[in-house]
Design a protein. Structure first.
Length: 634
């Protein structure tokens, strides 16, 4: 049996990581392939791969947007793609390994991105940069969360509770404040160090810390941390290349002494030279965003909402999120409030969508929507991805609208959120928490309504298409049975088959009524068999439409002549499942013989299409005589 191992990871290590893991496991199971997936989550490595498992594996799939130790897979067939590819195209990735078309991976070289003929992406230089950056962000986030939350808690004792000269001074609050500031102060060095570590391994980590501290102490901010990280990582690669001619015996000296000293000297000096222009750029960017926040909250909220809902955890979303985290480190808690609101709204919107239009969603989708109330409340945007993937051109714009509303309202209400993650868990430290929740719910409700409306439209469209396809299939069967005897008919709908009834209020009574009248008119031979045929069709799927209409149809060998009947009811039937949950008061029934007639199939399709026309529907509802109904449907 083929054995595959895999590693998944996303910057936050929460949703995408485990979605990719599940997708790969399900795809492998469907193909009868043994797989073990190592997940690089926020809490560390879960389900780690052992040396024995790596040795026995036929191939490796790395679906990650963060640094994963690749060198241990040397000598194996390795595919490396983004975590999104792992979620969307697990079957293609597994098929690549099974086919044996992936080249062997050598330590120090980039793993294969797969072959383009199966749609697997080549790992571009830009994607590598993104992976390096996200490795820094993923290690930085827990530190920022800890520092930001502790700092915010200290303010709950009073805005000046850490100032010994203030009447609000509190020793405990002052200590919390100091700890929080240290946590936030570590943001830039850790970001720099782990960007460098993704590029230059352990030596890069050391130089990244040094240059990151220089960036922090010189006020270059978050942007300086990014620059110092990449500078340090690639500097180590350059130094390793320059020192590769040294004897093998000096490898220990090189890693412990030469690389740290030379890297620290060169990298540190370069960062000192870059500090002045980087500080100016950082201050200019902060000033610009502060002005946008105060003078154009509508524009800023619109931009943030669109970015956060565009790819829900992907690069565009992360760009907005990382900017919010950067501003947290500068003491700006307003910007993050809008970003968080825009990230929380999409999954909650899908929950509202299945509440508003539950019957138009499949059971699995309804369950996912209900779970998304919890995921959204904890700031896990990725729960909305399955809904967006199903109909991206309508669902994603709907989510953008809701996220923008949530962000705009948050900025107008001057809400502050001091933590970059946690969702409603951090409400106790949010300023104006109730207003923030209301802003998020307002955006989610609008998006949920739009998504529900779109789902209803697509459901009805698919239902009509299914009825038309069913008619075409039956038409094809009739055409293939040309040798069968045909039943003479002059038309499907006759005026004598249009009824106005007062005492029918259930489906069973309706089918009994149709059976009695068609038996009396010589259209059928067996009433019980006709009723059974109607009920069997309803078991396959309700023929209830919307607006009070239903189109039941039965095909049976008891039917001698294709017939169309109309029954307008004074007492609506409430036990008939319809698109809009309204009771049925207008029934258009078709009786279809097993062979010899295809005209009724066109009538069935045509009738379903007519019921989409509001003018026709209104006239049928208002009709009080058989002549008008016959003119509209005959």
């Amino acid at each position: 049996m083929t054995k595959i191992i895999a590693a998944t990871g996303c910057p936050t290590g929460i949703a995408h990581t485990f979605m990719a893991k599940k997708a790969l496991e399900d795809a492998a199971k469907a193909k009868g392939i043994e797989i073990k997936v190592e997940a690089h989550g926020q809490s560390g490595i879960e389900n780690g791969l052992t040396p024995k498992e790596i040795a026995e594996a036929d191939g490796v799939i790395i679906a990650a947007d963060k640094d994963v130790d690749e060198d241990r897979f040397a000598g194996k067939r390795v595919i490396k793609v983004s975590v999104t590819k792992g979620i969307k195209e697990p079957e293609k990735l597994i098929e690549e390994i099974v086919n044996g078309s992936v080249p062997l991976f050598k330590s120090g070289q980039a793993p294969s991105g797969g072959s383009t003929d199966v749609g697997v992406e080549k790992e571009s230089f830009v994607h590598k940069l993104y992976v390096y950056l996200m490795n820094g962000v993923s290690h930085m986030l827990p530190v920022v969360v800890a520092g930001g939350v502790l700092l915010a808690i200290s303010f709950m004792f009073g805005i000046n509770s850490a100032d010994p000269k203030s009447n609000e001074y509190n020793v405990f609050a002052a200590n919390l404040n100091a700890i929080g500031k240290v946590g936030l102060g570590l943001m830039v060095p850790i970001l720099s160090a782990y960007i460098a570590q993704a590029i230059g391994k352990r030596s890069g980590l050391v130089i990244g810390f040094i240059t990151g501290m220089i960036a922090f102490t010189n006020g270059t901010g978050f942007l300086g941390g990014i620059v110092s990280g990449f500078l340090s990582g690639y500097l180590i690669l350059l130094l390793e290349y320059g020192l590769k001619g040294l004897p093998k015996q000096l490898d220990g000296l090189k890693s412990i002494f030469l690389l740290p000293v030379l890297g620290g000297l060169i990298g540190g000096y370069l960062m000192i030279l870059l500090s002045s222009p980087m500080t100016a750029i950082n201050e200019g960017m902060m000033h610009f965003l502060s002005n946008m926040q105060n003078q154009s909250p509508l524009v800023l909220g619109l931009i943030i909402g669109i970015m956060c809902a565009f790819d829900m955890g992907g690069p565009v979303n992360k760009a907005a999120y990382v900017t919010g985290v950067a501003l947290l480190g500068q003491g700006n808690f307003y910007f993050m409030a809008g970003v968080s609101a825009a990230c929380i709204a999409p999954p909650i919107a899908t929950g509202f969508a299945v509440l508003f239009a539950g019957k138009y969603f499949q059971k699995e989708e309804r369950n996912a929507g209900y779970v998304n109330f919890l995921l959204g409340s904890t700031h896990i945007t990725e729960g909305a991805i399955p809904f967006a993937a199903k109909s991206p051109f309508t669902v994603i714009p709907s989510l953008m609208v809701g996220s923008s509303i949530a962000a705009i309202l948050t900025y107008y209400m001057k809400v502050q959120v001091p933590a970059p993650h946690g969702g409603f868990i951090v409400l106790p430290i949010v300023t104006h928490p109730l207003l923030w929740v209301l802003a998020i719910l307002a955006g989610a409700l609008v998006s949920g309504y739009l998504i529900g409306l779109d789902q209803k439209h697509r459901f009805i469209k698919n239902q009509n298409a299914r009825l038309a396809a069913e008619a075409e299939v039956q038409s094809g069967k009739a055409a293939r049975e040309e040798s069968a005897p045909t039943v003479q008919q002059t038309g499907l709908l006759k005026k004598e088959n249009i009824y106005f009834e007062k005492d029918i209020n259930t489906k069973d009574k309706l089918f009994q009524f149709i059976a009695e009248n068609t038996y009396k008119n010589g259209v059928i031979e067996d009433r019980a068999k006709l009723i059974e045929a109607f009920q069997k069709r309803e078991e396959q799927g309700s023929t209830g439409m919307e607006g009070g209409f239903a189109i039941p149809h039965a095909q049976s060998d008891t039917i001698l002549e294709a017939t169309m009947l109309v029954v307008k009811l004074a007492d609506p039937i409430s036990d008939w499942q319809t698109f809009d949950q309204k009771p049925v008061s207008f029934v258009i029934a078709f009786l279809i013989p097993p062979k010899g007639s295809e005209a009724h199939l066109h009538y069935l399709s045509d009738t379903a299409a007519k019921l989409v026309n509001k003018n026709t529907v209104n006239q049928l509802i208002d009709a009080e005589n058989a002549d008008l109904i016959y003119d509209l449907l005959g």
